[in-house]
Design a protein around this ligand. Structure first.
Ligand code: PGA
Length: 268
């Protein structure tokens, strides 16, 4: 794991955007894994800024989102499709046909929908760079604690904590779905690179557990310890319970020399 600690959430987003821009420059048909939630909004704002300044193009990009509420209409303002349109897709030159979310309505078999989603990812050549947030309970995507570490795209029941964390996005008279389709932990681990962003004090415990405790389905994000290319971008608050900040700074100085000389990614 490469742990990089920045002063604030703005710097986390600006540096995350550099990883995305670098991938788009390196690869003719890049495949991005995308996340919803508050954390990636600043990253999406950065990407839109770079696109508008003509520094990048999304014309040949394919995207796969981590998750979507079960049986929600795409047009619903609470759907993750609407979130992505609003924060990113409506503002860049991406083909809507190349943007995928694991949708499933109540007339469809979620097991088949899950298998189909995995097949689409494979057909696209696999995910080059997966963007992730982390839940205060350590979840990635909607893989809640005790999710199988080898899980694939499937339907999941959300925990009370996740429902509570996300309730701010629903009005009091709206029905908040308690089921979602989510890429599994094994699906996420298949990505060639992972970029996890965490900001704010409320993430400090989950971040500490992910990085310093044993791999356990109690903290699904801890599986990233087993990923070959996992980059963790933190602000000071999210990193506040980590020991050894000086070591991470020292490692990053070394990595920066390598990155400047050879680029951020190994060749795909
Ligand atoms: P947040 O959610 O970015 O809204 O904190 C992260 C997550 O639940 O993965």
């Amino acid at each position: 794991m490469q742990i990089i600690i920045y002063d604030n959430a703005e710097q986390v987003a600006q540096n995350a955007a550099q990883w995305v821009l670098s991938l788009l420059k390196d690869k003719p048909h890049p495949v991005l894994g995308l996340a919803t939630g508050s954390t990636p909004i600043k990253l999406y704002n950065e990407l839109v800024k770079h696109y508008k300044a003509k520094r990048t193009s999304f014309a040949h990009v394919t995207t796969f989102n981590l998750d979507e509420y079960y049986d929600i209409s795409c047009d619903s303002p609470q759907s993750y499709r609407s979130f992505m349109q609003h924060h990113l897709f409506d503002h860049i030159n991406i083909e809507t046909a190349n943007t995928f979310l694991p949708t499933c309505n109540k007339d469809q078999d979620p097991r088949k929908q899950g298998l189909d989603y995995e097949a689409y990812i494979k057909q696209a050549g696999g995910i080059d760079l997966q963007i992730l947030g982390i839940g205060a309970n350590g979840h990635i995507g909607f893989n809640e604690p005790t999710s199988s570490l080898r899980s694939r795209t499937r339907i999941k029941t959300l925990t009370q904590q996740t429902l509570l964390d996300n309730s701010r996005l629903f009005k009091s008279n709206e029905l908040q779905p308690s089921l979602a389709m989510t890429m599994g932990i094994a699906s996420i681990m298949d990505a060639r690179y992972i970029l996890l962003m965490a900001t704010g004090k409320h993430k400090a415990d989950a971040v500490m557990q992910m990085i310093t405790q044993g791999v356990s389905s109690n903290c699904p994000a801890s599986i990233l310890q087993m990923h070959e290319n996992a980059v963790i971008l933190l602000d000071k608050d999210a990193a506040s319970k980590l020991p050894d900040h000086a070591y991470y700074e020292w490692v990053n100085e070394q990595n920066q020399h390598l990155n400047e000389k050879f680029g951020l990614f190994h060749k795909f």
